[in-house]
Design a protein around this ligand. Sequence first.
Ligand SMILES: [Zn+2]
Length: 473
Amino acid sequence: MDSRPLLISNATVFDATGGPARPNTSILIEEGRIAAVTPAAGQGTHEGATLIDGTGKFVIPGLIDMHVHVELSGGEDALPAWLGTGVTSVRDVGGAPANLIPLRDAINAGTKTGPRVFTYGPLLDGTPPIFGAAAGALAPRGGIDPGSLTWTIADAATAEQAVDELIARGVDGFKLYAGLRPDLVRAFLERIDGRLPVTGHLSRTWASEAIEMGINCLEHVHATIYQDVVPPEFRHPREEGNGFIPNYWTWLNTGWANADLGADYVKRFVELLVSRGVALSPTTVLITGGMATREALDEPGLKYTPRGLTQRRAAQMEQARRLREEAEKAGRPLPPPMALEGADAEMGQRARAKQLEFLRMVYEAGGTVVPSTDVGAAPNQVPGFSLHRELALFAEAGIPNAAVIELATRHAARVLRKDDELGTLAPGKRADLLLLTKDPLADIHNTRAIETVVKDGVAYAPQPLLERAVAGG
Ligand SMILES: [Zn+2]
């Protein structure tokens, strides 16, 4: 790593600490950390420092994607795509520990180039698990298996063993999954006992139940909180949720399209979320990629889909085609169509509007909503670019641009419990930042106008990184 000091002079700096952007400001970076943020007039000369002229440009902290699957995004091929789009940290909420922990450590040691990875271990699922054998990479191989992306946990004793094993391996947090019933969610939270943050994509356990038990974060605005937010007549029996309802997207869209966000039970749920300090990682882009609203397909960055992700998607399509062909020949009922097929566009749009309205409600109530994408698992998403789409959706929901950037930086770092190191441009913090050619506070889409990405004090030009992701290796 280049340990030469770096001086970005005379830029407009939005440090994400809560104050306004500061014009004519310089940032000195030494040993991978921010050494000083000062008015450009008093910056002085720094012998030997690499100089970047920030005149007319804008600096914000590096962005954090709070919901990715590194392995499913193409693994190492995806790393340069994140860095090239200004995503300097990712939270992996479902990956095989045997793969993800060594990768995280190699990046931190500087032997591999990529975003900082915070690994929350495998999907800790119940029985029966949400994904069956047809799920390919997601299919569980049994209970505790460091090489598997999903672990199925049958009882409290195994939950405790899983916690101990993952803490010993050095995970950064935990991800509880949709097949867990309340007794096992409780067993996990009691064993973890606040030592590491816990997030959940839940279905058999209601979000409100998990909040009462002490969970720290909830994934997916459309799914995990569904039971608490949609009208009672649209809720599903505890056992028949995620993974067990045919045409699950249609089901979710219908419930959300008919949501009454002024209802008392919705207000009480938002109050509970906010008063317990539980963050919502909404993966808002999923409602445009996974629902009938197919905006994700218009993403210009799709051409930078990492090689490994392109290959995995092609293999998935081929597998789905083969399964249907075999079923047809044998006269068996055809397997359910892909999530995108058959979804009602009008219903999808109504659901989309309600979900954005819900995000604004949580934000305005003082809650924490952290941008996230589910890239790797979600249809049509592409590493990095999808996070910029997510930021735009937050702005569309009515969250001010400055707050959107703070949610993707300072607040995300706090939810990761890494706010002593990351998330703002303050002296002593790790030097993760973006130099933009356009003002992101004027228009959130300008977070894409990245001239230079700095991670750990090392400067990168985006374009070669994006090209490396496509080429792979
Ligand atoms: Zn996911």
